[in-house]
Design a protein around this ligand. Structure first.
Ligand SMILES: Nc1ncnc2c1ncn2[C@@H]1O[C@H](COP(=O)(O)OP(=O)(O)OP(=O)(O)O)[C@@H](O)[C@H]1O
Ligand SMILES: [Mg+2]
Length: 241
């Protein structure tokens, strides 16, 4: 039975202009992330981890190779098509939550529906449901300065869930948090991946939490190592170069 893929990268190469020549940020990378699974991506600084997320998010077009998000070949889309796909199918979570200082936690979520052109009265109810799910029901009316770092990251995660993504791309979500809060954030991402059935790629330097995820792959100089299953993993990864 074919495993449905949240993300498939096939032979993806990304070159940036670099003085007279070019810099290869991604070098023939192939990666398959099934729905409902979470992959840890580690590797040294500058090895291409964020570049892999940017290409997967359709924020940057690769120089070569194929990027499929939720079964859609993104090379067939124009800029507007890619923006629509990103808004509808991709959740992005970065290290810094980038919350709007003047908005309450609930409003941070509701505004994303407005940006998608959804003016649903259901938005507020959905925002409350998601805040409850990340353990922040009682903080719905608080503004970012009234929240802790861990709570702000939870708002960020709830916000990324508003669009019902098929693919969740997470770049160092715990870099600004202590060990205990980091662990609870990773556990939350694992739980949400299972519950909502999206595929997740989580870039992390925190190898302590890798065993909580399904598999780990390592980037080095733009090349991706074969993914190694963690004991928690079942099946379905096809990580290869
Ligand atoms: N917009 C850009 N233009 C030119 N070169 C870039 C650009 N973005 C990244 N690079 C280069 O591409 C390579 C990969 O960068 P990337 O940000 O993907 O690394 P990373 O693994 O995420 O590093 P870190 O762990 O420090 O976040 C680096 O050599 C970087 O300098
Ligand atoms: Mg990075």
């Amino acid at each position: 039975m074919p495993v449905s893929a949240a993300l498939s990268l096939t032979g993806v190469t990304l070159e940036y202009p670099d003085g007279e020549g070019t810099l290869k940020a991604l070098d023939n990378v192939s990666l398959h992330v099934p729905a409902g699974r979470i992959l840890s991506l580690t590797g040294p600084s500058g090895s291409g981890k964020s570049s892999l997320l940017a290409v997967s998010a359709t924020l940057i077009r690769p120089t070569a190779g194929r990027v499929e998000v939720a079964g859609v070949d993104t090379s067939t889309l124009d800029d507007a098509g890619r923006t629509t796909l990103r808004r509808g199918k991709v959740g992005l979570i970065f290290q810094q939550p980038n919350l709007l200082p003047s908005l309450t936690a609930a409003e941070q979520l509701i505004i994303t529906d407005r940006l998608r052109g959804v003016h649903a009265s259901a938005s507020a109810a959905r925002a409350m449901e998601l805040l409850d799910l990340v353990g922040l029901a009682s903080a719905a009316n608080k503004r970012p300065h009234q929240l802790s770092g861990g709570q702000r990251q939870r708002v960020n995660i709830a916000r990324a869930l508003m669009g019902s993504p098929a693919l969740m791309l997470v770049d160092e979500p715990t870099a600004a948090l202590d060990h205990e809060r980091s662990e609870s954030i990773v556990k939350l991402l694992v739980q949400l991946t299972r519950e909502f059935g999206f595929g997740t790629v989580m870039v992390t330097h925190d190898t302590d939490f890798v065993p909580l995820t399904d598999a780990v792959a390592v980037m080095r100089d733009g090349c991706l190592s074969a993914g190694v299953m963690t004991p928690a993993a079942a099946q379905g990864y096809g990580l290869h170069r």
